[in-house]
Design a protein around this ligand. Sequence first.
Ligand SMILES: Nc1ncnc2c1ncn2[C@@H]1O[C@H](COP(=O)(O)OP(=O)(O)OP(=O)(O)O)[C@@H](O)[C@H]1O
Ligand SMILES: [Mg+2]
Length: 273
Amino acid sequence: MSSSASQRCSTLSLPAESKLSAPAATATQANGAADIAVELDGVTKRFGKITALDDVSLLVRRGELITLLGPSGCGKTTLLNLVAGFLMPDSGEIAVDGQRITDVPAYRREIGIMFQNYALFPHMNVAANVGYGLRMRRVAKPEIARRVADALALIKLAGLEDRKPRQLSGGQQQRVAIARALAMDPLAMLFDEPTSALDPEMINEVLDVMTELAREGMTMMVVTHEMGFASRVAHRVIFMDQGQIVEDDKKEDFFRTPRSERAQQFLSKILHH
Ligand SMILES: Nc1ncnc2c1ncn2[C@@H]1O[C@H](COP(=O)(O)OP(=O)(O)OP(=O)(O)O)[C@@H](O)[C@H]1O
Ligand SMILES: [Mg+2]
């Protein structure tokens, strides 16, 4: 493992005292490129006549949790898919950890992904699911065992290594999917509505794991309808509409006084729902 990878690995075991305080400056004020985990520069993505993302630029600092909000169809999932490498932009550049990755295929990107229906392998037990990507990368067995154990401890499922996915609740399955991504030691984690398919009583256990992950310093980009989570845990809110970023605010500012009419309308709709 490279030294930067082993440093990242240590984020799994940082002391809990690293609070959810925002990193020193917002991304847009950052001077040092070394602070930037994920960067989109003028990214446009079209599907036929639809411009799903329209010249979007965004910086996400290391250790920052940004939440992407906006009406259905505004481009949130498209943005995450571009960072993940599941889609390629028509123009613009994407960089992770200072490296341009615009043309790098998804499996080579060091990005963890937790999407709504990112299914586990049904025939593999929890440990095999979590270690799958590491086996594909031919990581040594003791190292796989250690990283699987670390990831399961973080999602609080140690002891359930031998269960098959069907023997887990929906919330537990989502947590295993998070562990599977974490075991790969990602530079950043992307979440697209990770709780929207869950029964209400299971939502919090997934949000708690995400909160813990944020506390430990993971860089996270999160699309969620859980406004309580967003207002508690996010550092910044990126509000999008029609493929563009309309607001990029500290979360306190966004929830207290959204500047644009579009954001005000969006918030009043979801908060009074
Ligand atoms: N594979 C595709 N082919 C054609 N159009 C697409 C495709 N994926 C997304 N789009 C279109 O691109 C736009 C952005 O879609 P996207 O899924 O990114 O929105 P979203 O903000 O995630 O919406 P939601 O909140 O409903 O998930 C929409 O107009 C959508 O219809
Ligand atoms: Mg979406």
